[in-house]
Design a protein around this ligand. Structure first.
Ligand code: C2E
Ligand code: MG
Ligand code: MG
Length: 708
């Protein structure tokens, strides 16, 4: 029976059934066949006039999940899902009770609680008495269609509420047809206003012809999607960068374009922030090392490019950082950076490489200007930096190098400028212009510094002791401890070189402490042997030891460790150290004097010969520099200077010691001039501790001191 009937649309069936007015037997034969067909192909049920189910077909049972037995006799609302509101049902009942067919979509519920949708036609049928005595419902399952519709409308809602901007515009006129809320909000237009605009109206960078050219490949199917970046302009005139993905839907009627737009201002900001972080020093705002390297790499791509570079390192920065803390250190770096930027306005790039190292990169500078520019930089740096009312004196050392004259690569340019900078550190001027010899010299110094560090670790240094002799009695009145280092690889390294390398490679603090300890050990050793040391041992002190105060700590500590009294120690400070010493360093000297440590001014006459210094520090000794003694003969300029110095120093109560006496004549002249004491090869060379004690020291019982 299954396929022998033509399938009817529910509405057609409804019409034919409603017009049925035939007597019962006729209905049973003609109408019965129709019903049978419907029941076979549709979801079919019948209820009585009160809605109680009297008949269901298998399709109904299959969809609802109920057995026929469970359904027959139940009210039809057994499958009610509760989805529809009372108004819906009221219209429904009103319609069918008035004898009209009802057609609509109903959401029902299966036995296990899931929902299904049916397209339903409900037909009221009248009995012979003309009264409606049953309702026939004929349904089709539209659950899948409903789901799809739902998904579509949900999709619509999602798109509408998406923060991304979605635009639909007509492919021909380009007029917007749909613009979602994200886009409307960002652009500041109402939906209705946008219907009169096209994408070109909100893209200040593009005109219509250009835009049409751009989208042409989409229309002709050359590409599926067009991605590009552009600028959108808001109603208020402000603009934002955006990423656009454009699709063409040619099968739509009319054909449309669909644009997904993402405002990338935030991303751009973040990218800019990341770029700044990657390429700029956050503390000073100057370019960082990576930026400099990038810049150099680019510059080196041009074969004719000439580059000149100043490599700058601050002096005393570490001390400021250590003494006053990092906040002060940071502020110093910021001030220095500002000064650099303000004074080097024609530089290609100014970068901070890290720590207290900076680079100023120029296109070629006229050779005459190099020294001037460097001096300008150094002057700018030497102005005191005032932080929290405190003046900080900071200087700099500058190395200068050129490409292509001094190097072949950007790395090498930095390297050789750095070498020159190291060289500058040991020069008075603070500037050094790179030359090829410098490299081997620096490498040699580097090697020496490594060996020196090792020597300090292994206690492989020593002190030599040279006597000071009273010129009138030839008796011993003091001794100077002089640094000695004979390295297995380097041989004898002169003390002046050791000191300068220790300064450069930051070994001076360790070295200074070692010297104090060794001097104390020597005193202790001699005294332990019962020898008298009735005078202080003089040790030479470098500027840094005063500036960082380490000499005060070292002497205090070592006196305690070796049981030496501070009065047994004398520090020798050169005039230049004393003259340049900042206030803090002066306080360190006064602190040492308070402890009982003696002070001698070394190499007097080589600096400013400032007798005021002697007064200021009430120095105990004044040592006239070797250079005056070498050419000391009657009426020589040295003679007059030495004579005057002796007279003035005596007036201040200082012992005058002449350094570098090599001959009897020199000793005689000095004695005649009234010089109290002398030091020099004439009396003895600097000696190892043991030989010195054997030759010069006497047991405690004896009071006379003379060479053995
Ligand atoms: P200085 O303090 O002026 O030491 C005197 C220098 O003159 C010593 O040179 C000594 O050997 C040398 N000398 C002594 N008598 C004569 C002489 O009759 N003729 C000549 N031509 N020279 C004589 P040295 O030992 O080479 O020391 C050189 C400088 O190195 C010292 O000059 C001192 O400034 C520095 N120095 C030595 N040891 C130390 C140290 O432990 N610490 C520091 N900071 N500097 C030191
Ligand atoms: Mg000395
Ligand atoms: Mg000296």
């Amino acid at each position: 029976m299954a396929n022998q009937f033509k399938k009817h649309e529910p509405a057609d069936v409804a019409v034919s059934v409603l017009t049925e007015t035939l007597p019962k037997e006729a209905q049973d034969t003609r109408f019965g066949a129709v019903l049978a067909a419907i029941q076979e192909h549709m979801i079919y049920s019948e209820t009585d006039a009160r809605g109680r189910i009297t008949r269901v077909n298998s399709a109904f049972c299959a969809l609802s999940g109920f057995d026929e037995d469970e359904l027959i006799g139940s009210f039809h609302n057994v499958v009610n899902s509760g989805t529809h509101d009372p108004a819906f049902w009221s219209t429904f009942w009103k319609t069918i009770r008035s004898g009209q067919a009802w057609h609509g979509e109903i959401c029902n519920r299966t036995k296990n609680g899931s929902f299904y949708w049916v397209d339903s036609v409900i037909l009221p049928l009248r009995g012979l008495d003309g009264q409606i005595d049953r309702f026939v419902s004929i349904r089709t399952d539209i659950t899948d269609k409903k789901r799809a519709e739902n998904a579509l409308s949900r999709m619509g809602r999602v798109v509408e509420h998406s923060a991304n901007e979605v635009f639909v515009f007509d492919a021909e006129s380009l007029k917007f047809m749909l613009v979602n809320r994200g886009a409307r909000d960002n652009l500041g237009y109402e939906a209705a206003e946008l219907l009169h605009l096209t994408p070109v109206d909100i893209k200040p960078e593009l005109d219509e012809a250009t835009f049409r050219n751009m989208i042409a490949p989409l229309i002709c199917g050359e590409v599926d999607m067009l991605s590009f970046q552009t600028i959108h302009q808001r109603k208020d005139g402000s603009q934002y960068p955006c990423d656009i993905d454009l699709h063409y839907a040619g099968t739509e009627k009319p054909p449309i374009f669909l644009a997904f737009v993402q405002d990338i201002s935030q991303r751009r900001d973040n990218e800019e922030k990341m770029r700044r972080l990657a390429l700029f020093d956050p503390l000073t705002g100057l370019a960082n090392r990576a930026h400099l390297q990038q810049h150099l790499a680019k510059a080196f791509q041009y074969p004719d490019r000439r580059l000149h570079l100043f490599y700058l390192d601050l002096n005393r920065f570490k001390q400021i950082n250590d003494t006053f803390g990092h906040a002060t250190g940071d502020e110093v770096l910021r001030v220095v950076s500002n000064r650099l930027a303000a004074s080097m306005t024609d530089a290609r790039l100014i970068a901070r490489l890290g720590g207290d190292e900076f680079v100023v990169l120029h296109d070629a500078i006229n050779p005459d200007r190099v020294v001037l520019d460097a001096e300008r930089l150094l002057t700018v740096l030497s102005c005191p930096i005032v932080i929290d009312g405190r003046r900080h004196l900071i200087g700099g050392s500058i190395g200068f190098a050129r490409y292509p004259e001094d190097c072949t690569s950007s790395e090498e340019l930095l390297q050789v400028a750095d070498i020159a900078m190291y060289d500058a550190k040991i020069r008075e001027t603070g500037l050094s212009i790179y030359n090829a010899d410098m490299k081997s010299r620096i490498e040699a110094r580097q090697r020496i510094s490594e060996r020196l560090a090792l020597a300090l670790d292994e206690d492989a240094l020593s002190l030599a002791f040279q006597p000071f002799i009273d010129l009138s009695s030839d008796s011993l009145i003091g001794v100077e401890a002089l640094l000695r280092w004979v390295d297995a690889e380097l041989g004898n390294v002169p003390p002046a070189e050791i000191i300068s390398i220790a300064q450069e490679y930051r070994l001076l603090r360790r070295l200074g402490r070692w010297v104090v300890a060794a001097a104390c050990k020597a005193i202790m050793g001699w005294e332990d042997k019962g020898l008298a040391v009735p005078f202080p041992i003089s040790i030479n002190v470098a500027a840094e030891q005063l500036e960082d105060g380490s000499i005060l700590r070292d002497i205090t500590d070592m006196c305690e460790v070796y049981g030496v009294r501070p009065e047994q120690i004398e520090i020798e400070l050169t005039e230049s150290i004393m003259l340049k010493a900042p206030e803090d360093a002066r306080q360190v000297v006064l602190g040492l004097q308070k402890l009982g440590v003696k002070v001698a001014i070394d190499d007097f006459g080589t600096g400013y010969s400032s007798l005021a210094l002697l007064m200021q520090f009430s120095a105990d000794k004044l040592k006239i520099d070797n250079s005056f003694i070498t050419d000391l003969f009657a009426d020589s300029p040295s003679f007059k200077i030495v004579e005057a110095t002796i007279a003035l120093a005596k007036g201040l109560g200082c012992i005058v010691v002449a350094e570098g006496i090599e001959t009897q004549t020199q000793a005689d002249i000095l004695q005649r001039l009234g010089c109290g004491a002398g030091q020099g090869f004439f009396f003895d060379r600097p000696l190892p501790a043991k030989i010195f004690s054997e030759r010069w020291l006497k047991p405690v019982a004896q009071t006379e001191f003379s060479p053995a």
